[in-house]
Write a protein that binds this ligand. Structure first.
Ligand code: TIU
Length: 223
């Protein structure tokens, strides 16, 4: 069994088998990262998220080199919004509603320009792309079945936003028995204090939700 270890992971070394490990890149889509999308419509400064694109690209390249499985998610809804509960659609300001027209097409609607993953992180052939109607990537998707088919037991997380879709997915994964690690410098929030708190709470209490590490901590420091 080929086992790798991230010795400097917190709260303790993180051992994993690359063949049973997937990188899960959460919602690195234009809607959240570029001006004119859902994130900005909610009143956020999107530059905080754009700043991690090169770091996520380094992590993605590392995962591909190491032959980890790779999963990309997109928060998105069907064009008829049949998978968007009113409680979600009506949240926020009237001009920020999911399904409304925006500069990058209809907000958070599948297939619209704004729903695309940013070019620098575009999925390549063989990588799994999961469209998810919720904040968590396991809710109402085939993610669990796809990971089971591939024999994945360990998940390494990156993406946005740390305390919303990343944390929700990580908690869903933890409850489903996956061993989880968050790469601190490959995740971001519109609210830096929330990112910091999330990183701390994940690894608190002996790793109650999982582990954290930085890109420089990865095996070989190659990322
Ligand atoms: N608003 C916010 O921080 N996040 C989201 O709505 N979705 C994700 O985190 N992807």
């Amino acid at each position: 069994m080929s086992v790798a270890t991230i010795a400097r992971a917190k709260p303790s070394p993180f051992a994993f088998d690359p063949r049973h490990t997937a990188l899960v890149v959460i919602d690195m889509q234009r809607d959240f990262i570029e001006p004119g999308g859902f994130g900005e419509a909610l009143g956020n400064d999107v530059s905080l998220l754009a700043g991690i694109v090169p770091d996520v690209a380094r992590l993605l390249s590392f995962a591909r080199d190491q032959r980890w499985h790779v999963v990309h998610t997109r928060e998105s809804h069907a064009a008829d919004l049949s998978d968007c509960p009113p409680a979600k659609r009506l949240r926020g300001e009237p001009n920020a509603r999911i399904g409304d027209a925006g500069p990058m097409g209809r907000i958070l609607v599948r297939g619209e320009p704004g729903n695309a993953i940013v070019e620098a992180l575009a999925p390549i052939e063989g990588e799994l792309v999961i469209d998810k109607p919720g904040k968590g990537a396991f809710y109402a998707t085939r993610l669990g079945e796809e990971l089971a088919l591939r024999g994945v037991t360990h998940l390494v997380f990156a993406g946005v936003t740390t305390e919303v879709c990343v944390q929700t997915t990580m908690r869903e994964a933890n409850d489903r028995g996956y061993v989880c690690l968050l790469v601190e410098d490959a995740t971001a929030s519109y609210i830096p204090a929330f990112k910091a708190a999330t990183v701390e709470m994940i690894r608190s209490q002996g790793g109650i939700v999982g582990w954290t590490a930085t890109l420089a901590d990865l095996p070989g420091g190659r990322a």
